[in-house]
Design a protein around this ligand. Structure first.
Ligand SMILES: [Fe+2]
Length: 195
């Protein structure tokens, strides 16, 4: 499996203190969700731990890796630098650390934007990032509760929350996100709740 301890040391040196704390909290939350939803807890812990590995790299570097990744970096993403670290991170993990578990790579790649037909691990990392211990946005307790009960409903609420933030910023929304939003909206046609 993966050398969690050496990755942890690497991240501690690479990331700011806040980002490192967030990273370790996401790992913990991913492990918790994995136990509930029948995913491998160690694999989920590792995926959560590395999800922001490129978050604090220079934008130009993130962009270069995103383009090189061959992981479907789309035109909408190219317009929004805040989402580059996911796809750049997947490329970095693959090329620098030899991570070849496609599910882990996809979980990192799509953790900011989501996509339709996400695997259980992809959903866990997406939601672990939204419900980690230090998150304190209004409604986070409801998010945590929903995520623990129904991972797909958690995705619906998380996507609504994140798309609303994008709309407020007048940002472009990647087609991956739209497709994920439609998937869960169709899944829960009577649920109109907003975090
Ligand atoms: Fe994150």
């Amino acid at each position: 499996m993966y050398d969690v301890k050496s990755m942890q040391r690497f991240l501690k040196e690479r990331l700011s203190r806040e980002r490192y704390t967030h990273t370790m909290n996401v790992a913990k939350e991913c492990k918790r969700l994995a136990k509930i939803f029948g995913e491998d807890p160690d694999r989920a812990y590792f995926a959560g731990m590395v999800h922001d590995i490129c978050k604090e790299d220079p934008k130009e570097q993130q962009y270069e890796w995103a383009v090189k990744s061959n992981m479907g970096f789309c035109a909408e993403e190219a317009r929004s630098w805040k989402v580059w670290h996911g796809v750049a991170g997947a490329y970095f993990l693959k090329t620098q650390f030899g991570v070849c578990d496609e599910d882990i790579l996809n979980a990192v790649r799509f953790h900011t934007i989501g996509r339709k037909n996400m695997s259980c691990l992809e959903k866990i990392v997406y939601l672990g990032d939204m419900t980690s211990e230090e998150r304190d946005y209004s409604g986070v307790d409801i998010m945590r509760k929903v995520c623990s009960q129904n991972i797909d409903k958690g995705m619906l609420y998380a996507l609504r929350y994140s798309m609303r933030k994008q709309l407020k910023r007048c940002a472009v929304i990647p087609h991956y996100t739209m497709e994920a939003y439609n998937e869960y909206t169709v899944m829960f046609p009577d649920d109109t709740y907003h975090i």
